[in-house]
Design a protein around this ligand. Structure first.
Ligand SMILES: *[C@@H]1O[C@H](CO)[C@@H](O)[C@H](O)[C@H]1NC(C)=O
Length: 227
């Protein structure tokens, strides 16, 4: 009886210990998983790697928090899945990549701690451009060291499209907002179309109008070097 209880307890513990919110993927399950889930963070790792071991509990914690936002965390053991890892150009461990579907892949450039992973992936799940109003603009300006806000006519599809494309590419480095509210543009002392770069340093604000906006957007700012 005692032995049975101990065994049952042991089995229950083992079940709890193995219950994970991180999905283990193989070459067979990987394609479907990144197709079915809009946003996936994938860790390519090796069991012997020290940095991977250090990341493991942080990664677990982040996966549990992000589950409710429907953001999935997955891991791939590269000693088992060498071909899969090679096909994604994995050269060191751990390598973390953000998948928005099987084709749209960007490197994860945040820190390897649970809160940083949660905040990075939450940002990734938001639209690349936030639509701003007079109620949200001031707060938005202070959300990061540099934020870019475009002001354009509601009918100006071209500015909208160009700005969205730039934002999509540089979303890991900057926050992007947009408004087609004429009164708001006026209170910011800009004319349509303009892009304003708000900074929490230097002079605080740079305005790019019509021609300089085209220039700014075609010579998009480079992302800052990773820390
Ligand atoms: C840009 O276009 C999208 C899609 O049509 C629209 O939802 C969004 O409100 C537009 N942006 C602005 C600032 O008007």
């Amino acid at each position: 009886m005692r032995t049975f209880k101990t065994l049952a307890f042991g089995a229950a513990l083992a079940a709890v210990a193995s219950a994970s919110d991180v999905e283990t993927l193989t070459k067979d399950s990987f394609p479907e998983f990144v197709t079915d889930n809009d946003l996936v963070l994938a860790e390519f790792y090796a069991p012997w790697c020290g940095h991977c071991k250090a990341l493991a509990p942080e990664y677990e914690e982040a996966a549990t928090t992000l589950k409710e936002k429907n953001i999935k965390l997955a891991k791939i053991d590269c000693t088992e899945e060498a071909d899969l890892c090679q096909s994604y150009g994995v050269e060191g461990y751990p390598t973390l990549k953000v998948f928005r579907g099987p084709e749209n892949i960007t490197p994860y450039s945040g820190q390897r701690k649970a809160p940083a992973i949660v905040s990075y992936m939450t940002k990734q799940s938001l639209p690349a451009v936030s639509i701003l109003s007079k109620d949200t603009l001031e707060d938005f300006k202070t959300q990061d060291k540099v934020v870019l806000v475009a002001y354009f006519e509601p009918t100006d599809k071209e500015s909208n499209k160009t700005f969205s494309e730039v934002a999509e590419k540089l979303r890991d480095s900057y926050l992007f907002g947009a408004s087609s509210d004429a009164a708001l543009a006026k209170s910011e002392e800009v004319t349509f179309p303009s892009v304003v770069l708000y900074k929490s340093f230097d002079e605080g604000k740079s305005v790019f109008t019509k021609t300089s906006t085209q220039k700014l957007l075609s010579n998009s700012p480079r992302p800052p070097p990773s820390p």
